[in-house]
Design a protein around this ligand. Structure first.
Ligand code: FES
Ligand SMILES: [Fe+2]
Length: 443
């Protein structure tokens, strides 16, 4: 019998441990600890300590009454009480149990229950520290570096941090699954046509339901998926972007729908997918709003959720089942997807190549080779490519699929050729060229 293979296929295939394991001292966790990651929103951090879990480690983030932020191990090194019950003071956080005081960098400042002349306590204060990590607060997000201090990289500066007249709204969205499942979606432009355009009705706009022509690019640690669709007389070039290990951008969710001209519109989000542990992750991001991003009316909590996952997060089971969004698609795979049971197709090429690269970088690190940073040269702003362009180019008397694909390639080439230019010059150059390409019809 050819069909009815339930029994033969009843053994659950394996996951890919190399890329899905993120806890301390796992090879994947070590790799991720070579980068700055957002770990909290500034608005969540106050003099009331907050417990967070990042890369399988339980931490407490707090603000002193002098406004210094500390990110430290959750448990007090004296007798392991949780510092989430600690009290924030001028110089640090004081453990609730016996009053030890810790500075944001982990120094033990006081051990008040011990004899002031105790040599043992003085020695401990001098030689031992509470585990702490360096942080940088930037534009409403708190970033942390959880790796070896001697390898601390420069805080990466992406060009989209500086696009003028964009309002950036920090957001956090939790996923109950492994980080790779959430990251995969950015290198999977085809899912937008089905999940966001057909299976759940129209989550963004009608044009998303068109299946486009795909082209993938691997450029250092930058991975791009370019999806070029025809929507009536318009050609819509949408570029999804991943910069390893976990920085993501795309086009807009609501500003472009393929029915009106748009030149080099930028991403509706600037986002990092950060593992909480092997079975959970969090998207920490800015929703971007303004002329060159998404419409300002989406600058709300719900607007960010729809940009992130196609739907709001807090829904009934029935609503989720009727209109699944990204959260349902990726969490439904199980907490860690059984990758060995996948059947990857040519449209999964983007997913294939970036996973392969991460696997290789993890292996290299195990052998002592440090992974590349997104910003290899100090002070060099990283040029990103996530965007939407819509050009009015009616069909011609030629094969339209190859024609639109060639337009996608021409747009990508234009972006790449302008990469060395400063931000404003590059943007103006790309926008002017796109306009003249559209007018002349010359691609
Ligand atoms: S457990 Fe924290 S001071 Fe004793
Ligand atoms: Fe999606």
């Amino acid at each position: 019998m050819k069909n009815f293979r339930g029994y033969k296929q009843s053994k659950l295939p394996k996951s890919d441990e190399t890329i899905s394991q993120t806890e301390p001292s796992s090879p994947g966790g070590e790799y991720l600890r070579r980068y700055w990651h957002p770990v909290a929103l500034s608005s969540e951090v106050s003099t009331t300590p907050l417990q967070i879990r990042i890369l399988g480690e339980d931490l407490v983030i707090f603000k002193t009454t002098e406004s210094k932020i500390g990110l430290v191990h959750r448990n007090c090194p004296h007798r392991r009480a949780s510092l989430v019950y600690g009290k924030c003071e001028k110089k640090g956080i004081r453990c609730c149990y016996h009053g030890w005081l810790f500075a944001p960098d982990g120094e033990i400042l006081e051990t008040p229950g011990e004899d002031p002349d105790s040599k043992q306590a003085a020695k401990l204060r001098e030689t031992f520290k509470l585990g702490a990590y360096p942080i940088i607060e930037f534009n409403g997000l708190i970033f942390a570096y959880l790796g070896p201090p001697e390898n601390i990289p420069e805080f990466p500066h992406y060009d989209t941090f500086d696009i003028p007249e964009v309002t950036r709204r920090p957001y956090r969205i939790k996923y109950n699954c492994n980080w790779i499942q959430v990251l995969d979606a950015i290198m999977d432009p085809v899912h937008t046509s089905f999940l966001h355009g057909q299976s759940s009705g129209i989550q963004f706009s009608k044009g998303f339901a068109e299946v486009g022509e795909l082209e993938f690019f691997e450029r250092g640690v930058q991975y791009l998926g370019c999806n070029t669709r025809r929507v009536d007389d318009f050609v819509w070039v949408r570029v999804n972007e991943l910069i390893l290990p976990n920085f993501t951008q795309a086009g807009s969710a609501f500003a472009a729908d393929g029915t009106k001209t748009r030149y080099f519109g930028r991403s509706s989000f600037t986002r990092w997918v950060v593992p909480v542990d092997n079975d959970h992750c969090v998207a920490l991001a800015w929703g971007n709003f303004g002329e060159r991003a998404d419409p300002i009316e989406y600058n709300t909590k719900e607007g960010c959720e729809r940009i992130e996952a196609g739907e709001i997060m807090d829904r009934t089971w029935k609503e989720k089942q009727n209109r699944p969004g990204d959260a349902e698609a990726v969490e439904g795979m199980g907490s860690i997807s059984a990758h060995k049971g996948e059947h990857l197709m040519p449209t999964d090429y983007g997913v294939m190549i970036y996973r392969r690269r991460i696997r290789k970088l993890i292996k290299d690190l195990k052998e002592g080779k440090e992974p590349p940073q997104p910003q290899p040269e100090k002070g060099n702003i990283i040029k990103t490519n996530g965007q939407d362009t819509v050009l009015k180019v009616p069909k011609r008397n030629i094969d339209d699929r190859s024609f639109i694909k060639s337009i996608g390639s021409a747009v990508m080439k234009l972006q790449f050729d302008a990469e060395k230019m400063p931000l404003k010059k590059r943007d103006d150059h790309i926008i002017n060229k796109l306009s003249s390409m559209e007018k002349s019809g010359d691609f």
